[in-house]
Design a protein around this ligand. Sequence first.
Ligand SMILES: *[C@@H]1O[C@H](CO)[C@@H](O)[C@H](O)[C@H]1NC(C)=O
Ligand SMILES: *[C@@H]1O[C@H](CO)[C@@H](O)[C@H](O)[C@H]1NC(C)=O
Length: 292
Amino acid sequence: MTSSVWLLLVLSIPLTMHSLMELTEAYGICYGMMGNNLPPASDVVAFYKKLNVTSMRLFDPNTAALQALKGSGINVALGVLNADIPQIASSMDGANQWFTTNVAPYINDVSISYITVGNEVIPGQFAAQVLPAMQNLQNILKRKSLQRIKVSTVVATVVLGTSYPPSAGAFSNDAIAFLSVRDGNLGYQNLFDAIVDAFFSAMEKVGISNVDIVVSESGWPSDGNGVFTTPNLAATYNKNFITHISQGGTPKRPNTRIEGYIFALFNENLKPPGVEQNFGLFYPNFTAVYQI
Ligand SMILES: *[C@@H]1O[C@H](CO)[C@@H](O)[C@H](O)[C@H]1NC(C)=O
Ligand SMILES: *[C@@H]1O[C@H](CO)[C@@H](O)[C@H](O)[C@H]1NC(C)=O
């Protein structure tokens, strides 16, 4: 696998994109923690501030990270561990318990913009519990007048296999085209746009028209699969991603901006060897893997 793009569906409050963008910058960075050599969370939060990156995705309610985020002003998309979904879905008591432990202690000092219920659990063993879990959390937020926090789930959309692109020679161009070619007359030249619009269409077909889509992970590894994964390609991909989501919407929703998170901040050495360990913009010592 050379690249992955995951979309996050925001299924809760029908904010317009305009008001969504008032709340958050166009892009953030995923703070993954699957490494045994990563710096303390307080240094990481200071680093986001130094980079002027104002949004962070956390994959679980990590206590050290949430403590460090207090007073930082950084907007956080806070993940619920898949294993916690059954408890949250089971009853309001179960949901309240989770909320009391993982959200309540931080709610006054940390700017939580989303709670994302599970990571790529549909389809799968917890799929049927995602909606009840989302509804229970939504009820809690409503009761506490915290509707500014949007409840969502993260749905896997596309993983480009090793067969893409067809030849290494075409690769540089394709990597650039992936996010930069926009030509309405030729249909979807841009895979990113095609994926996002496919989601909008699918949602409309089942009667959900007022959803916002956030790209919850988008990245390219800088190593691990030969010529397909170089620092240059990763830099190009991420640069194009930032430009693309800052510039505007898709053919289906041309006047909206799409919020997205780059995967990921660090190379993580406890992930499976190969490309998976090389998605980081930075080494654990904060040195850039490549310049954007
Ligand atoms: C962050 O913003 C400050 C103030 O606008 C600016 O001086 C600084 O150069 C920026 N840092 C980066 C890494 O862009
Ligand atoms: C940071 O780590 C990388 C990768 O291990 C290494 O190449 C680089 O020299 C280190 N930078 C500093 C300033 O220590």
